[in-house]
Design a protein around this ligand. Structure first.
Ligand code: ADP
Ligand code: MG
Length: 389
């Protein structure tokens, strides 16, 4: 079986706070049925909990009650043991990060200004704000010098979403709420952003509540998943592995859909594989040395790393020949997998790669190795054999 999420939680630092919802009801004016009808839920500190369910079932309403963008009709919500109804909504929102689709950046403000909004409101010194913006841009994989002065319209959808995540993290809040954060980007960018979120979370250990309508995304990102039905009725609340293994009722099995063997591909992580190694080279290194190493290892391509150990290119050896030094590459053009990526992501990426394989990174985009079809199919076979025992 895949590693239990509990193991992953144990190894990361926790800076998040527990969230408890108790009999929370939201009835919008003029609504016959409550949008949220008595929701009770405990979200453990430091975990990612995914809310999934059909459109209109009350996911967004439930989320917005946690930062008082929507006021509950009745019931109690506590963050870190403290009843939030006693806090001013403005003050609360400065301590709860909020990330929505598209990043919702202010178009007339630079990337830097967008990220700095809450730290400035909190009265941080300008040196502290500068340092934080730099750190966050690095964390979300955007070169600070290149991007801090740009305007949102000068960024791709994926880059805007990254800035949106950086802004949500800006004041180091213990709790981050995300509403369909990666809904508006293409599949490869979406996979990258999901990977980045997992990698960031390994470092930060926040409490993240994330709404999605995509079951695969919930399985991939969630330590736990809440499957909601009409009126935010909790149909099942458990780990992805347990939900796939034993759906609570027909609603849940219908919702997670068929092909649960395939869904196992979304549970298994690249980190469970023994990655292949391949020849690496560093930007600026003499090509002759690289060619010798690659020939000795029998590799037809080499992974090029920048000075900080991050993969930036994956050229064929024959393309390097004739050059003196290993050139630099635009890292944006190399699609990589985080070690937290699923085998599903790995297959998707390999299918679009001329190498029939994908480069895997760990924390802060450090190079770890390469995954190929044989590794994935071998792992799936091993899982099936285990299941058959
Ligand atoms: P979801 O995010 O799961 O799609 P929502 O929380 O947005 O669901 O909506 C739940 C229900 O509440 C829906 O029936 C929706 O029409 C209704 N609703 C949402 N926001 C409002 C609002 N501001 N005023 C009135 N009804 C609303
Ligand atoms: Mg919604």
């Amino acid at each position: 079986m895949p590693t239990a999420p509990d193991d992953q939680v144990a190894e990361r630092a926790v800076s998040g706070a527990e969230i408890v919802l108790e009999d929370v009801v939201k009835r919008y004016p003029g609504q016959e049925r409550a949008a949220v009808d008595s929701l009770s839920l405990t979200i453990p500190a430091g975990e990612i909990v995914m809310f999934v369910g059909p459109s209109g079932c009350g996911k967004t309403t439930s989320l917005k009650m946690i930062n008082r963008l929507v006021e509950p009709t009745s019931g109690t919500i506590r963050i870190g043991g403290e009843d939030i109804s006693g806090r001013s909504p403005d003050e609360l929102r400065r301590h709860v990060g909020y990330v929505i689709q598209g990043g919702s950046l202010f178009p007339h403000m630079t990337v830097e200004k967008n990220i700095a909004i809450v730290p400035r409101l909190l009265g941080w010194s300008s040196e502290d704000v500068d340092r934080r913006v730099h750190e966050l841009l690095e964390l979300v994989g955007l070169d600070p010098d290149r991007y801090r002065g740009r305007y949102p319209r000068e960024l791709s959808g994926g880059q805007q979403q990254r800035v949106g995540v950086a802004r949500g993290l800006a004041a180091d809040p213990p709790v981050i709420l995300m509403d369909e954060p990666f809904g508006a980007v293409d599949p490869i960018t979406r996979q990258r952003l999901q990977d980045e979120l997992l990698s960031i979370q390994r470092e930060l250990g926040k409490t993240i509540v994330c709404v999605t309508h995509d079951v695969d995304e919930a399985i991939k990102l969630g330590d736990r998943i809440v499957i909601l039905d009409e009126g935010a009725r909790v149909a099942q609340y458990d780990t992805p592995a347990n939900i796939l293994a034993a759906p609570a009722d027909d609603f849940v099995s219908d919702f997670i859909g068929s092909g649960s063997t395939l869904k196992q591909l979304s549970l298994a992580r690249v980190s469970e594989l023994q990655l292949s190694t391949t020849t690496t080279a560093t930007v600026g290194e003499p090509v002759a040395d690289v060619v010798t190493r690659a020939e000795e290892a029998g590799d037809r391509a080499v992974v090029v790393l920048d000075q900080r150990g991050r993969p930036v290119g994956w050229p064929w050896v024959r393309r390097l020949r004739g050059q003196d030094r290993v050139p630099s590459y635009d890292p944006e053009r190399l699609n990589t997998l985080d070690r937290g990526a699923t085998l599903n992501d790995a297959l998707d990426l390999m299918l679009t790669s001329s190498h029939g394989a994908a480069v895997v990174c760990g924390d802060r985009d450090q190079y770890l190795g390469v995954v190929d079809f044989d590794l994935v199919t071998g792992h799936m076979r091993a899982l099936e054999e285990q299941a058959g025992d």
